[in-house]
Design a protein around this ligand. Structure first.
Ligand SMILES: C[S@@+](CC[C@H](N)C(=O)[O-])C[C@H]1O[C@@H](n2cnc3c(N)ncnc32)[C@H](O)[C@@H]1O
Length: 150
């Protein structure tokens, strides 16, 4: 698939998100959501709504359980699915921590479905096709984070 399960470091979640100006009830989509830590943090901190998508059903069950514990459920919808088959038309914010090969496959989907103004946060790897849409890059000790605006 697009990347193995390597979670974003927990203490980074708030740092990554604080670079974005969120609007209440906007839709935050975590593509390849693992245990959902980024979407759960976004929902808890910025009152957005969430969509968590992962192909690994066990991770979706686990992330849903964690969401019930931290009070973000049912503001997050959890879906077992290939991220290449998700409809992104309603997304306001997208977070991904994936390998370049699957990012490349997502680009035509982004081009087709995303609305103007949608923010994409790509942790770890840039979206090379979107050089002109890059609004910010934050270097860190581990992976950098890239922010794009459609
Ligand atoms: C590097 S982990 C990132 C997890 C989480 N987003 C985070 O930052 O902590 C990548 C996740 O993407 C999922 N994944 C990889 N390819 C996928 C695909 N094609 N469709 C859905 N999920 C996928 C994996 O199961 C894994 O949980």
């Amino acid at each position: 698939m697009g990347a193995p399960y390597v979670p974003t470091k927990n203490k980074l979640a708030l740092d990554i998100l604080k670079e974005v100006k969120f609007k209440k009830n906007g839709l935050f989509v975590e593509l390849g959501s693992g245990d959902g830590r980024i979407v759960r943090t976004a929902v808890k901190t910025y009152s957005v709504k969430g969509l968590a998508v992962d192909v690994n059903g066990l991770l979706i069950i686990w992330s849903k359980f964690l969401s019930k514990l931290d009070g973000t459920y049912p503001r997050i919808n959890f879906v077992v699915k290939n991220i290449l088959a998700v409809n992104l038309i309603r997304a306001d914010y997208i977070y991904l921590f994936l390998f370049p090969a699957i990012i490349k496959k997502l680009v035509p989907i982004f081009d087709k479905e995303l609305r103007k103004g949608t923010i994409i946060i790509s942790h770890g790897f840039p979206i090379s096709e979107y050089k002109k849409k890059l609004i910010k890059k934050v270097d860190r000790n581990t992976f950098p984070t890239y922010y794009y605006k459609i």
